[in-house]
Design a protein around this ligand. Structure first.
Ligand code: HXC
Length: 271
């Protein structure tokens, strides 16, 4: 029996519109894809936001669009997460503009398909530096403000490293590090009122990450067959998970990894 694909519901259908009123989000990688959708959803519940990335043109366009779509304020800050000083300047700009930081999404990531044999040392290092070191740098730059607001972190990881995924050694190593880092952050900062969780998206349609993966994977995402829930993931699915994890409904949840993959990893595990 086939399950009919459905469109992912919006978090606005479930959570009140003002749950993040007065809150401020700082999101790396927020100029596009999954992180932009997460930012939009959080803004739709009342937050203002800073989105951070390397391409200021794209970020500025995204910030204008997010502000118009949500009625909140989104500003763009150019920073490479591998550069701590640039992140500190983005944080300073956020504090100057909004006065606080409540929520941080560590979402900036690099990805390309390459075998271990065919990958240079610099290629491997580049992805680990963006994903793992970039997460560390983002947390270091924001932590004093997140402590002050008794706020919360979400790290965007993946499910690629659970069972091993060919041509993804760099990303797998980097994201395993992110998962471990978040658990330590949760333990160290929990007593100070700070939560840290990971969202691990599966294959999410219409994202840059997916478009960079193989034709075979791109084809399979159009098929409902491998997904227990009968459809491929959408950015809105990940965004709704972020709204939940930042909300008070998740106030006793920290140090966790929430896979948003339609159950796909369980299918892979049973094969
Ligand atoms: C092999 C590659 C390569 C490729 C780059 N390199 N692309 N090696 N195959 N396709 C190598 C380069 O040759 C170089 O090594 C090193 O990586 C650094 O490349 P640069 O271009 O100099 O670095 P930089 O400008 O910093 O760009 C890094 C990047 C970036 C990772 C390549 O372009 C990027 O991040 N793009 C992807 C953004 C993205 O898709 N984000 C979403 C991720 S989603 P040498 O030795 O030559 O110096 C995700 C989850 C997906 O990760 C889950 C799907 C199921």
């Amino acid at each position: 029996m086939s399950i009919k694909p459905v469109v992912a519901p919006s978090s606005a259908d479930v959570f009140k519109g003002d749950i993040f009123q007065g809150k401020v989000l700082f999101c790396t990688g927020g100029g596009s894809g999954i992180c932009k959708a997460m930012t939009e959803a959080i803004m739709r519940h009342g937050a203002n936001a800073t989105i951070v990335g390397r391409k200021l043109d794209r970020l500025t366009e995204a910030a204008i669009g997010l502000s118009q779509a949500t009625g909140q304020t989104c500003v763009a800050a150019r920073a490479d997460v591998r550069q701590p000083q640039q992140l500190k300047e983005a944080v300073a700009m956020t504090i100057e503009r909004f006065g606080r930081i409540d929520f941080v999404i560590c979402g900036a990531a690099g990805n390309f398909l390459a075998s271990i044999d065919g990958m240079s040392e610099n290629a491997f290092r580049t992805v680990v530096e963006i994903d793992t070191l970039g997460t560390f740098n983002t947390v270091k730059a924001t932590l004093p403000y997140v402590r002050a607001s008794r706020g919360s972190y979400i790290h965007v990881s993946s499910t690629l490293h659970y069972k091993g995924t060919p041509y993804q050694a760099h990303v797998s190593a980097a994201k395993a590090g992110v998962d471990a880092f978040s658990a330590v952050l949760a333990l160290e900062e929990g007593p100070k009122g700070v939560r840290s969780n990971v969202i691990a998206p599966g294959a999410i349609a219409d994202t840059e990450g997916m478009s960079r993966l193989s034709n075979q994977m791109s084809r399979s995402i159009n098929s409902p067959l491998p997904y227990p829930l009968g459809r491929a993931g959408e950015v809105q699915d990940v965004a709704s998970a972020a709204v939940f994890l930042f909300s008070h409904a998740a106030s006793y949840i920290t140090g966790q990894v929430l896979a948003v993959d339609g159950g796909y990893e369980h299918v892979r595990a049973s094969q």
